[in-house]
Design a protein around this ligand. Structure first.
Ligand code: BTN
Length: 245
């Protein structure tokens, strides 16, 4: 409910029982000048995922789109997305879940049945050449959701450790995110610590290429370094798959 989501200052919360997409609403509010606004919903009917995918957002999840105005150039924006992945992973680990990050920003839980997705992040922004005007890292956390309501390959906090208090969990995520945004080095360090991808064989589909090899490191602002055996390729964006031997 809206009351459950009475977050502490400095966030102003706009809560919807049901909405199309919290990201769409946050973008609209941002372009109208909103500051410190967090758009939250219990359920979304038209939520969007990365790479034009759909995202299932039934009642009980944490669907949250903060409007941020960090003083960074647009080129640094991927760091904000990494920070959102680190912040949700921190909160999930504190709740007792073995959450890990798949490059760039999927939060997964390794299970006997394969890695299952707990959190997805879709970041959207607008800016000038030298400064971001606003950035919305839209975070979808499969929180208090029954197994039979989850899409294939997904898991929820309910399935892993039982229900969480959504306000407390969200507060923790946003606090950690704020903290991380003051220290870009800390974002990368924490990301490395939480990474499932590093050290694994991966297959990354970019817009014009497929890169296969061992993921060896991440560098600013979110570039994955893949050792193909003959060279180290820098991948800036793409769809990453972990290859099992
Ligand atoms: C992905 O893994 O493809 C990203 C999923 C992002 C889903 C979140 S839920 C809150 C926000 N509103 C949306 O419409 N999408 C994001």
């Amino acid at each position: 409910s809206a009351v459950e989501y009475g977050l502490d200052a400095p966030y102003e919360v706009e809560y919807h029982d049901t909405i199309g997409s919290t990201n769409d609403r946050a973008r609209e509010a941002a372009s109208e000048g909103a500051q410190n606004l967090v758009v939250l919903a219990d359920e979304q009917t038209g939520s969007r995922g990365r790479l034009d995918r759909e995202w299932s957002a039934p009642s009980g999840g944490i669907w949250v789109s903060p409007v941020l105005r960090p003083d960074i150039p647009p080129a640094h924006a991927p760091l904000v997305t990494l920070a959102a992945a680190v912040a949700t992973t921190t909160a999930a680990r504190e709740a007792g879940v073995d959450a890990q990050i798949k490059w760039p920003n999927d939060v997964l839980v390794p299970t006997a049945d394969g890695d299952k997705k707990l959190v997805g992040i879709l970041t959207e922004m607008e800016g000038e050449a030298d400064r971001v005007s606003w950035i919305v890292p839209g975070i979808g956390i499969n929180a208090n959701i029954d197994s039979d309501e989850l899409p294939e390959g997904a898991t929820s906090l309910r399935e892993q450790v039982g229900d969480v208090h959504r306000r407390v969990f969200t507060q923790r995520v946003l606090e950690t995110l704020d903290e991380l945004l003051t220290d870009e080095d800390a974002i990368l360090e924490q990301w490395r610590e939480y990474a499932l991808t590093l050290g694994q064989r991966v297959r990354v589909e970019t817009s014009d290429d497929v890169v296969e090899g061992e993921a060896v490191d991440i560098e600013r602002p979110g570039t994955l370094l893949v050792d193909t055996g003959s060279e180290t390729v820098r991948v800036h964006a793409g769809d990453c798959e972990h290859l099992r031997p």
